[in-house]
Design a protein around this ligand. Sequence first.
Ligand code: ADP
Ligand code: ADP
Ligand code: ZN
Length: 222
Amino acid sequence: MTTPASSKLVLLGPPGAGKGTQAELLSARLGTPHISTGDMLRSEISQGTALGVRAKGFMDKGELVPDDLMLGIVRQRLARMDCNEGFVLDGFPRSVPQAVSLDDICGGASPGKLRALSLDVPTDELVRRLTERRTCRKCGAMYHLTFEPPKRPGICDKCGGDLYQRDDDREEIIAARLEVYRKETAPLLTFYRERSALVEVQGTGATEQVFRRVVASLGVPA
Ligand code: ADP
Ligand code: ADP
Ligand code: ZN
């Protein structure tokens, strides 16, 4: 008998690949929570918590927040009841040590337990997506000035909150983040491939088109 594929998913891909966008759609389709470590950190920063203050220095430079800080918040979040049936984890793991820790938490990556979905997008397209990304200050919803513009400029369609450009979405910080991805996060593709738990999807084309590919590759029922 084959084990059913797990609804515990992690999304991999460089900054701007569309992880947040696809995670939101997948979460709605699967009925599992979308957990974005970037959103969690930005919320800690806006609340002025000690964790937020420590994380901000790293985030502003485009560097990774240290593993011990990340593990604390991820462990707590995954322990909540709404994760029992699965989750869509966006932005974690971002390094091999983080993936090893997630294995400890979830009992190891394998097609039946935890799968990684990787979105592949060429660098010039990533830069185009990131420089024009706008984020809602209130609900975290994402827009793109050209590809997914809000109905009213500067205002979130979903909650009326104001849209801003993240400090780390400026061109010089984007370059640093892409380099961090290449060095620290890209090795995770091999990590999950070796466990037969990697699903690779081309992330170019319109959002809906990418989502259709994602759903088909994961074998999610329509
Ligand atoms: P990530 O979470 O991987 O950094 P996002 O989901 O935030 O990526 O997407 C980055 C930017 O690109 C956002 O402005 C988003 O609206 C836009 N975007 C996402 N998917 C697509 C797509 N398929 N085509 C064009 N723009 C996209
Ligand atoms: P993007 O999707 O554009 O790559 P995120 O919102 O996921 O950006 O992350 C923004 C920043 O938050 C990262 O550049 C990093 O500083 C920090 N961060 C988020 N998740 C992690 C993580 N798992 N480990 C370390 N740092 C993280
Ligand atoms: Zn909003």
